[in-house]
Design a protein around this ligand. Structure first.
Ligand code: CO
Ligand code: ZN
Length: 331
């Protein structure tokens, strides 16, 4: 993995529905390696690399990140917010946020009535240092979105950042595009609005009509103290998804991915995700049905400020994408 590419893609601003900055960063990295590159109406970034077989493989990763949207501003200049995607109020408090125009703020909560562990998003606000509503409105409007500011935490082979979900997968697909070899047309699709209900992926797949889609996302793990039972562990390879709340992956697709992994001696893990859906399902239900599977990057502490992945899994995922693209026979 090119670390500069990873850092730039993971760090870019891009909450659901406001992915343009992230899209532009990814575009800058992949432009030299594709035949066509465009954003569709919803903002999905679609890169095409032509093959000769007449078949199409789509690799998809979502660009959007979770955040907060301003719904009201009070007389003292505090911003009240609603979540964009699965944001925990408890894990929002005491964190730094940034708006698209670079306005900075900090998140806190009405501390009069409840304990911190009992608060809902109703009691959470952003302080942008304004003393009045007018002063706040000079910087931020209702409907503007903030994302959580995060630094990379490098812990040997493991790297934490607020937005590993799912920019690490965007970085994996972008990195793979550099050396991608395939008989098939390759569609690398960086989707929008996954975190608010997998809204972008379906329309993109409808137009592309791929013979096979492989989504890339993060998945939860069961290797931390007293965690919920899960089979997947960090550092044991990318996963081949069997099920999440959006999809049951056809055996033919799982076998295809596992065979490609075997040929290239890439260790993979079987994944059954306990909670949450992915673009995999939205794409499967497009048109008359599309063959759709998913490779996941094992990730600790998903939807917290310290989403942690293992670089061995990341590098293996790049290889696995390339291995799938090289396969001549599709499922
Ligand atoms: Co997510
Ligand atoms: Zn995700």
């Amino acid at each position: 993995m090119d670390m500069q590419l990873m850092q730039d893609i993971v760090n870019a601003y891009g909450p659901s529905g406001r992915e343009q900055t992230a899209s532009d960063v990814i575009r800058g990295y992949i432009a030299p390696y594709c035949d066509e590159l465009y954003n569709d109406v919803l903002g999905n970034l679609i890169a095409v690399k032509k093959g000769t077989s007449g078949k199409k493989i789509m690799f998809s990763a979502h660009m959007d990140q979770i955040g907060l949207i301003v719904l009201d501003i009070d007389d003292k200049g505090f911003l009240y917010v609603a979540p964009v995607g699965g944001v925990s109020p408890l894990l929002s408090v005491a964190h730094e946020v940034m708006f698209q125009n670079k306005t900075r703020g900090v998140v806190s909560y009405e501390n009069k009535h409840k304990k911190l562990t009992e608060i809902s998003m109703m009691e959470v606000f952003i302080d942008i240092g304004a003393a009045t509503r007018e002063e706040a409105e000079e910087k931020v409007q209702i409907g503007d979105m903030a994302v959580f500011v995060s630094n990379f935490v490098y812990m040997g082979k493991r790297v934490a950042h607020r937005t590993q979900d799912d920019r690490i997968a965007c970085a994996i697909v972008a990195e793979a595009m550099k050396t991608m070899k395939s008989d098939h047309d390759i569609y690398a699709v960086f989707t929008v609005q996954e975190e608010v209900g997998t809204r972008g992926a379906g329309p993109a797949a409808y137009v592309i009509e791929p013979d096979l889609n492989i989504s890339l996302d993060v998945c939860s793990v069961g290797d931390t103290p007293e965690s919920v039972r899960e089979h997947v562990k960090l550092g044991c390879g990318p996963t081949v998804k069997a099920k999440d709340n959006s999809v049951i992956v056809p055996m033919s697709v799982r076998t295809f991915i596992k065979n490609a992994a075997k040929k290239h001696e890439i260790n993979v893990q079987d994944e059954v995700l306990r909670a949450g859906g992915t673009d995999t399902g939205a794409i499967q239900r497009t048109r008359g049905g599309i063959l759709s599977g998913c490779i996941s990057i094992p990730c600790r502490y998903i939807h917290t400020p310290v989403e942690t992945v293992d670089m061995d899994d990341v590098d293996a995922a790049v290889k696995l994408v390339l291995a799938c693209a090289e396969e001549k026979e599709l499922p």
